[in-house]
Design a protein around this ligand. Structure first.
Ligand code: UT7
Length: 328
């Protein structure tokens, strides 16, 4: 079979056909964090662009959010069965077994192959690449990919910086086998990692909290995401000006603007919903996609570049033309 580029063959493609998201109902605004930690609404807004985030109630787990988002994506795609369920998460319900099989059973697609994938905030992009590979390689006709995280459960309660940034949530997509020229066809991909930066974002062991060297991550995020955008556009023989919308992992509004400036692209092309949800890790891109579809910020036929950066260090980018889709 001829291959045009990494993970992308010319006869068969993975096509986005369902999209759903779910946020826990409890809203935590900046004032609530400032009431308990030494920070302020002003610091959080100007340094991150975040005004509020959603946080799970005690006892609510990643699988609970994943089930809600997964069900919505299946309904949006109007399908009742899939061959694989991939759960991108850094906060599985427990270290063993993986959370995905339980999620698959709870949403009525038990029997499908199901596994967790951990690429931290790049998890959804890695999941898209994996799903696309399974479909283009002929292993699957349909894949449900869920990004779900409950970072609030692993944060140091006394850390004002991580409390300011992270929120909980889930988003999911269904990908089906189709053809490369269809709306919704995904690819090519640029995915990468740099383990020399492994210590910059960590949870050291089961009794430790999440830790991040914010400044170092900030600078690397902008550089790697900008380079990765250029690499994926090269593979697709496209130019930056051909992209209508950039949908990036929502880590920090200043990172989004840094990437826009580095690429010489108007900031208005960058979808932004971090204000309302914070950094939801592996869930951030599908949540942003669902919100932008709802707001008609993403329109049918738009050429969309997706990008992410996270712990590992990991990064990735891919492209699609936006399909006619009802996100739930
Ligand atoms: O999700 C994928 C991976 N994650 C990311 O991409 C996140 C990347 N990093 C960031 O978004 C930013 O680095 C942070 C939002 C985490 C921090 O923002 P920053 O502008 O890099 O702040 P900083 O760590 O350089 O700290 C600047 C100052 C320090 O005070 P001094 O030393 O200048 O007096 C901090 O102690 O801000 C202080 N500070 C705070 N002040 C009030 C740090 N956190 C807070 C806070 N409230 N919450």
């Amino acid at each position: 079979m001829r291959r045009s580029s990494f993970g992308h063959n010319q006869e068969r493609a993975a096509v986005l056909c369902g999209l759903g998201s779910w946020l826990p109902p409890r809203v935590v605004d900046n004032a609530e964090i400032a009431a308990r930690l030494d920070t302020s609404d002003e610091w959080i807004r100007t340094r991150t662009g975040i005004r509020q985030r959603r946080i799970v109630e005690p006892g609510v787990t990643t699988s609970d959010l994943a089930v809600e988002a997964g069900q919505r994506a299946l309904k949006s795609a109007n399908v009742e069965s899939v061959d694989f369920v991939i759960l991108a998460t850094t906060t599985p319900d427990r270290p063993c077994p993986a959370t995905a099989p339980e999620v698959a059973s709870r949403i009525g697609v038990g029997g499908a192959a199901a596994f967790d994938l951990n690429a931290v905030c790049t998890g959804f992009l890695y999941g898209l690449g994996t799903a696309a590979g399974l479909i283009t390689g002929g292993m699957a006709e349909r894949v449900l990919l869920i990004g779900a995280d409950t970072f609030s459960t692993i944060l140091d309660p006394n850390c004002r910086t991580s409390a300011a940034i992270f929120g909980d949530g889930a988003g999911a997509v269904v990908l089906r086998a189709g053809e490369p020229h269809e709306l919704g066809a995904i690819g090519p991909f640029d995915l990468g990692s740099d383990g020399e930066g492994a210590d910059l974002i960590t949870v050291a062991d089961r009794n430790s909290h999440f830790a991040m060297q914010g400044q170092k991550v900030f600078l690397r995020a902008i550089t790697h995401m900008a380079k990765s955008a250029e690499a994926v556009l090269d593979k697709a023989a496209m130019r930056l000006r051909d992209v209508d919308k950039f949908v990036y992992h929502q880590a920090n509004a200043r990172i989004l603007y840094g990437v826009a400036d580095q690429l010489g692209q108007p900031r208005s092309k960058f979808v932004r919903n971090i204000d309302l949800v914070g950094n939801t890790a592996a869930a951030s891109i599908p949540i942003a996609l669902a919100a932008a579809n709802e707001d008609r910020d993403l329109r049918v036929g738009h050429r969309v570049l997706l990008g992410a950066f996270g712990g590992g260090l990991t990064w990735g980018s891919t492209l699609l033309r936006w399909p006619d889709i009802d996100a739930l």
